[in-house]
Design a protein around this ligand. Structure first.
Ligand SMILES: [Zn+2]
Length: 433
């Protein structure tokens, strides 16, 4: 099939997908799953809807391999975050095509990739693609909130539907120009969120006579300052090392790494800094509920992200060192999530490099660790899957794209959708054989 018609096909499918409002909560992803099922079935693809509750279905489809070659999953989530129409220049669920871009909530995160997955998959079926290993398509619910209706639920309840050796997901692929070179960053690892709560005790009293009480909020202020000022020992992990080798040419000592990256660009500096060690960001606080009552208890929640390979258990001594002595507190670790890494010497990595070399010979593919996490960790944890975030994008400057995700006027260039379809077809042939 000619490339131009695949471009029209993915543009049309994305427009229709955006028009299905899957704002999560509540999600209602079944409507998107049914739209994708109808589309795929018209190309002769058999689909399965798997749902924990009827209105939040996941869609899975499969091209069976002829042999026992490696299996590849094209993964995407169909839910989106809230859009306030007042902030938008077009209605956020219009799916309007304007000046070569498809506009609407989810265009970048991530209905564009979902539509490209579906078109790559359907077009391979029409081409009579007969891989050695299975090629799997999954459009899943509930990535944005994560209440166990989507991929986590599939991994537990229907593992045979999504078990795979390799997976391509969101979380990378933007073309970035840095220090005179061009790079496509591929998300091969993710930090773990390991939040914790600090509980500081005092003694309540009337706020008109502070001397009779012991103000927990004031003590907490000292702890907040200490944790915000704390700089953990930096280390250079393999993704940051790859960044320096590609962009700078050599690898600095860990304590010089952030400054060295900042010489390349301000953004590179901030990004590398967040990947050298755990980060601590106090974000929530609660104390007295009455202005004239001095609080006996103050609770502070800290958003903490640790490096892949580090465990929350290693974190505790670090947090206690940061909080120091002299103020009594209790420490409670909340539920940790994410924080996984995939290997780099894999056929999927070879496919990423091969595609970049073929499509954009001046650019290079570079592995990257994401400061946030995606659904990839469910696959890595359940099946040891090599999962990468890679959906190549070069028509929209990365600085612009970054401001549109989860924000107003989200849109994706049709040229990037077409590039994405080409990448996914390339990867399926390269990996499944
Ligand atoms: Zn997403």
């Amino acid at each position: 099939m000619a490339a131009s018609s695949l471009r029209d096909e993915v543009t049309d499918l994305l427009s229709r997908l955006i028009r299905v409002d899957t704002t999560n909560p509540p999600g209602n992803e079944t409507a998107a799953a049914e739209l994708l099922r109808d589309y795929l079935e018209s190309s002769g693809v058999e689909c399965e809807l798997l749902a924990r509750v009827p209105e939040r279905a996941n869609l899975v489809a499969r091209i069976r391999g002829r042999g026992d070659g490696p299996t590849l999953l094209l993964l995407g989530h169909t839910d989106v975050v809230l859009a306030d129409p007042a902030e938008w220049s077009v209605p956020p669920f219009s799916g309007e095509v304007r000046d070569g871009e498809v506009w609407g909530r989810g265009a970048l995160d991530m209905k564009g990739q979902v539509a490209a997955n579906a078109v790559a998959f359907a077009s391979l079926v029409r081409d009579g693609f007969e891989p050695q290993g299975d090629l799997i398509f999954a459009a899943t619910a509930d990535e944005e909130v994560g209440d166990d209706f989507g991929l986590s639920w599939l991994c537990t309840e229907h593992p045979d539907a999504v078990r795979c050796d390799y997976a391509i997901n969101e979380g990378g692929g933007d073309r970035v120009e840095l220090g005179g070179g061009a790079y496509y960053f591929c998300g091969t690892a993710e930090k773990m969120t390991a939040p914790f709560r600090i509980r500081v005790h005092g003694r309540s009293g009337h706020a008109s006579m502070p001397g009779i009480a012991d103000n927990a909020l004031v003590h907490a202020a000292t702890l907040i300052e200490r944790i915000a000022a704390y700089v953990p020992e930096p280390q250079i992990q393999q993704e940051v090392e790859a960044f320096f080798r590609a962009v700078v040419g050599d690898v600095p000592a860990p304590r010089h790494a952030a400054a060295r990256a900042r010489e390349v660009s301000e953004l590179a500096g901030a990004l590398v800094e967040a990947l050298l060690a755990p980060t601590f960001a106090p974000t929530l606080i609660s104390a007295s509920r009455k202005r004239n009552v001095i609080p006996a208890l103050c609770e502070v929640e800290v958003d903490c992200r640790i490096l892949p390979g580090q465990s929350p258990a290693e974190l505790e001594p670090m947090v206690r060192a940061a909080l120091g002595d002299g103020i009594a507190y209790d420490l409670e670790f909340l539920e940790a999530q994410g924080g996984t890494r995939s290997a780099l010497d894999t056929p999927l990595w070879a496919a990423v490099e091969g595609f970049v070399a073929e499509t954009d010979p001046e650019a290079r593919a570079v592995p990257a660790c994401n400061t946030g996490f995606t659904d990839s960790h469910w696959l890595r944890e359940a099946f040891g899957t090599v999962a990468y975030g890679f959906f190549p994008a070069r028509a929209l400057p990365v600085e612009v794209a970054a401001t549109l995700i989860h924000s107003a006027d989200e849109r994706v260039p049709v040229a990037d959708l077409e590039l994405g379809v080409r990448w996914l077809r390339y990867a399926a042939r390269a990996v499944c054989g």
